[in-house]
Design a binder for this molecule. Structure first.
Ligand SMILES: [Zn+2]
Length: 203
């Protein structure tokens, strides 16, 4: 079991889903929540390669300087995370996306998009957030979530892991398109052990 964003598995296959998966267990019981501070969020964006070292250090200094602002930015990210969770849980269930959650993602993403600047990287120019204030981390995830929503017709489905006490979301890149677990090595192997044990009991 993961204890923090520093050691959690990043198995969502997309940044927006890895944000959702910062609740270690969503089935059966809820929690623990691995996003307990703005620093936890910074560790996640760093591990996902979304924010460069310089910007991470800058945001860290800002958060230390203004804990109130950092707490508000974390609260916004948590609210956004739950909206993204409900949106893709609906997709997994084959239901329509909930409107209130769509609007929340849209609101954060719009503010993020308005701040993006064209920046040069190794391959050319890309749209980047300047990361000059703390709410931009939530806005960044909202932009990613919006991209995932609008790419529905050209990507694989988002699925919910069926492992006991898991419920993490992931993009199903498997050949069959019927992957059931966020990770074969953890939830998948646990399920196989359980099935084996229940067979042994019957015989
Ligand atoms: Zn799982």
């Amino acid at each position: 079991m993961a204890n923090s964003t520093a050691d959690m598995r990043l198995s969502g296959g997309h940044p927006a889903l890895d944000l959702v998966n910062t609740v270690d267990s969503r089935r059966g019981r809820w929690g623990p929540d691995l996003l307990r501070s703005f620093e936890d969020l910074l560790i996640l964006t760093d591990r996902l390669g979304l924010v460069d070292r310089q910007a991470t250090a800058r945001l860290r200094r800002q958060a230390e300087h203004d804990p109130h602002e950092a707490a508000a930015a974390l609260a916004a990210a948590l609210e956004l995370r739950e909206s993204i969770y409900r949106l893709f849980l609906s997709e997994n269930a084959g239901e329509a996306y909930p409107i209130a959650d769509l609007r929340l993602v849209e609101d954060h993403a719009r503010r993020g998009r308005a701040r993006q600047v064209l920046t040069r990287n190794e391959t050319g120019y890309i749209w980047m957030l300047p990361f000059d204030n703390l709410p931009q981390l939530a806005q960044l995830f909202a932009v990613y979530a919006g991209d995932l929503l609008t790419a529905r017709h050209r990507r694989r489905a988002v699925r919910e892991c069926t492992g006991d006490n898991c419920g993490w979301l992931f993009i199903d890149h498997s050949k069959s398109g019927r992957r059931r677990w966020c990770s074969d090595a953890t939830c998948g192997s646990l399920a196989r052990v359980k099935r084996f044990r229940s067979r042994m009991k019957v015989n």
